[in-house]
Design a protein around this ligand. Structure first.
Ligand code: FMN
Length: 162
């Protein structure tokens, strides 16, 4: 199996774009992720896949939690900044702390604050399972940023059933 072909074929599956943030009381970091999915409503569970060499792993272990921030169509520069190895510029992004002390991007479309409850082997990625503790939709009037065929785009179309 050629990984590039697999990635190209999977690129036909349109997804949203998230930034996973995590950190302790005095620091915060994040990375851009499109492998988010909701898993269970009762209990409330979500997952994302993180490559095994991500610098986020030790921070996740230490903090014991993460925030899934869904990006708006205006946040493509932020998605690019958090996808670089040096997310230094991204540190200046407006954010606040959840009641659990985890960093939430204040201008996200929506966010889920999660406790890390599982870390499973997924080949060159880890499958990270989180229990949702808190949530919100600060950007409820905004269009989402989507990832499709290797490009980020803004979803502006009307629903298909109207
Ligand atoms: C649209 C988009 C989606 C991405 N999705 C994922 C993902 O689901 N899992 C992942 O490990 N990396 C994903 N990446 C790559 C990481 O953002 C990037 O490799 C990472 O920030 C660099 O290494 P780090 O994890 O140490 O920060 C994605 C990048 C982009 C631009």
């Amino acid at each position: 199996m050629d990984g590039r072909v697999l990635r190209t074929v999977c690129g036909n599956f349109a997804t949203g774009v998230t930034v996973i943030t995590t950190g302790g009381p005095d620091d915060f970091t994040g990375t851009t992720v499109n492998s988010f999915t909701s898993v269970s409503l009762d209990p409330p569970l979500v997952l994302f896949c993180l490559h095994q060499r991500s610098r986020l792993h030790p921070v996740l272990r230490e903090s014991g939690g993460f925030v899934v921030n869904f990006l708006t169509g205006r946040q493509e520069p932020l998605a690019r900044a958090f996808a670089g190895r040096d997310a230094g510029e991204a540190r200046n992004v407006p954010h606040h702390r959840s009641p659990e002390g985890l960093p939430v991007l204040s201008e996200a479309l929506a966010f889920l604050v999660c406790r890390l409850i599982g870390n499973y082997d997924g080949g060159d990625h880890a499958i990270l399972l989180g229990e949702v503790l808190d949530l919100g939709v600060p950007g409820h009037d905004e269009n989402p940023l989507i990832f499709y065929r290797g490009s980020m785009r803004v979803l502006e179309d009307e629903p298909a059933n109207t």
